[in-house]
Every structure is written in C-alpha cells, then in structure tokens.
Write a protein that binds this ligand. Structure first.
Ligand code: ATP
Ligand code: ATP
Ligand code: MG
Ligand code: MG
Ligand code: MG
Ligand code: MG
Ligand code: MG
Length: 269
C-alpha cells in the first residue's frame, strides 16, 4: 500500500488477537436455514444432500487452513478446531473468522449442484464466531456439547416428522404431543407407533460429521543411519504427527467418550 497523508487512518484499525498457545474454535451457522430448508425442499427431518454439501464445504476449509485439525458438523452449523500452536494471520481473530466463513460459504455454493438438482433460489449466508478454550477439557466438553445437541435435536425431529408425515398430524399437534416427553418416551413413540428403531438410523443423522486428518505413515528412524538421514526422518515424524497433514477423513463416530481422542493423541497435544 502506497504511503500518503491519508495513511494515518490505518492507525484506527484494531487487531484483536487470540491469546497465544490456546485452542480456538470457529463455529459457523446458517442464517435463517429454517426458511432456506423450506424454500429448497429439504427432506425432513434430515436432508442428506444438504449435510453432504456442508461436509464438502468444511473439507474445503480444512484444505485451506491446515491449522484446523478437527471439524464437527450438524444441521446448518460447523465447528473448526484450530491448534494452539497456530500462527495463522498472526492470530488475528477477525481475519481467521472471516476467512473460515467466506471459504465455507463459497464452497457450499460451489458444491451445491453436485448434491441438488434444483438451483439455489438465493445466496445462503453464514455467520461465524471464534472462541478460545484454555484447557483441553474445555475442548472435549465443547465437542461433546455439540454432539449431544445433535442427538437431542435428531431424536426430537425424527419423532416430530414421523408424527407429521406418517401420523398425518399437524405440526402444532406434533409439537404438543412431544411437549414434556423424555428420551425413552420418544424412543417408544418411534418404535411402537411408527416402527422406527432409532438405533438403526443413519449414523450421520445421530452423530453428526467429524472431519479429521489421517496420521501420515512415517518411515522408521534408522538406528545406525547416517546422521543427516536420521535428522530428516525425525523431523518428518515430529512435524507429521500434528494433525495438519494427511488425507481428510469424514467420520460419523462418538466424540463424547475417550476412544476417539485416545486414538488421536495429537489433537489435544
Ligand atoms: P492478500 O491475500 O494478502 O490480500 P492479494 O493477492 O489479494 O493478497 P491485494 O493487496 O489484496 O493482494 O491485491 C489484490 C491484487 O489482485 C491486486 O494487486 C491485483 O493484482 C489483483 N486484482 C484485484 N482486482 C483486480 C482487477 N479488477 N483487475 C486486475 N487485477 C486485480
Ligand atoms: P438462525 O439464523 O438463528 O441460525 P435458523 O433458521 O438457521 O436461524 P437454526 O437453529 O440454525 O435456525 O436451525 C437450522 C434449521 O435449518 C433446522 O432447524 C432445520 O429446520 C433446518 N436444516 C438445516 N439443515 C438441515 C438438513 N440437513 N435437513 C433438514 N433441515 C435442515
Ligand atoms: Mg487481497
Ligand atoms: Mg486488496
Ligand atoms: Mg445463528
Ligand atoms: Mg442457523
Ligand atoms: Mg443451526
């Protein structure tokens, strides 16, 4: 940018930086997707085409931002975990959030026609926020919170739409029927009234989508190898096991219990 007497206005810019060495999560959410899903005739309760379009968009975000080591999506939202060591954009929050939201929105539209035969009626909008979590327990609890939300909403919505679609009730009636019911009662309604075994539903609907990179397959360090070669392989090992490289996998698995995290110790390292 050329210098001029007007350049002083730049001094007014604020750079709100993430505190160093802390985890951060960027969460994006579709704006008025209740309406968006109506207008585009999403299948209820879950339109897999929409979820897969969201997954494609999230995959693009992870390809662009290597410091995003984990992502979790459900409904019209996606959460992206940024590793604490990241120096991306000098850790400037606004730069990071806008980059994620913009990349996600663009990719969502870019991939739309791969999943839907009808054109977009209007450009979808997403909002975004960034939250820092100082402790690994916060990160664990954050992702547990989102996956529990997926489960609660999916159980409710599956009942709600069974009552409307199969039970031929109005949405108001379905809402009233479900008011105050606990989880086990919803399972009963589904099974006894509609022959739906909740446990057999698509894992993507029940658990959401988890995007994580494969650890690269690493060469063994030679015990008697030349010093340079040994150093080179050690460096690959050190750099490689941080979740920033490797192919991105899309999983529909539990991330509340320990197993997922124990299998990927680099995520919380
Ligand atoms: P950064 O990601 O840091 O913003 P950048 O490559 O986008 O990097 P800018 O300083 O924003 O750098 O400059 C945008 C560049 O894009 C211009 O220097 C020019 O090369 C190109 N560009 C943008 N709009 C046009 C246009 N309408 N016609 C021709 N070139 C353009
Ligand atoms: P806001 O702008 O406040 O986020 P919203 O209408 O987007 O409002 P959300 O709480 O984000 O409200 O909920 C998103 C809604 O979008 C869901 O309740 C559901 O109706 C719809 N929706 C999103 N994804 C799907 C999908 N894959 N299949 C069916 N419906 C979906
Ligand atoms: Mg630019
Ligand atoms: Mg520019
Ligand atoms: Mg919102
Ligand atoms: Mg929304
Ligand atoms: Mg939402």
């Amino acid at each position: 940018m050329a210098n001029s007497r007007f350049g002083y206005v730049r001094e007014f810019e604020e750079h709100d930086r993430l505190i160093p060495s802390t985890f951060s999560v960027v969460r994006i959410d579709g704006h008025s997707f209740h309406r968006f899903s109506d207008i585009h005739n999403f299948r209820k309760p879950n339109d897999s085409r929409a979820l897969e379009c969201m997954n494609d968009a999230a995959q693009f975000v992870m390809q662009q931002l290597h410091d995003v080591i984990l992502a979790f999506g459900e409904s019209d939202e996606y959460s992206f975990l940024l590793r604490p060591q990241s120096h991306i954009y000098d850790r400037r929050k606004a730069k990071i959030v806008t980059q994620v939201v913009s990349a996600f929105s663009s990719a969502f539209m870019y991939n739309w026609s791969r999943h839907f035969s009808i054109p977009l009626a209007y450009p979808p909008i997403f909002d975004g926020r960034i939250i820092t979590y100082p402790l690994t327990i916060h990160v664990r609890d954050y992702f547990a919170w989102r996956q529990v939300d997926t489960h609660i909403n999916n159980l409710y919505n599956t009942c709600f739409w069974a009552i409307v679609q199969q039970g031929k009730k109005t949405e108001r009636e379905a809402h009233n029927l479900l008011k105050g019911t606990v989880s086990s009662q919803k399972h009963d309604i589904l099974f006894k009234d509609y022959g739906i075994n909740y446990n057999q539903l698509n894992e993507m609907y029940k658990k959401g989508s988890v995007l994580v990179r494969d650890p690269p397959s690493l060469p063994q360090v030679p015990s008697d190898g030349a010093y340079k070669e040994k150093k080179r392989i050690e460096k690959i090992r050190k750099d490689g096991i941080d979740g920033t490289r490797g192919d991105i996998q899309t999983l529909h698995v539990d991330i509340i219990k320990d197993v997922f995290w124990n299998e990927r110790p680099w995520l919380l390292a």
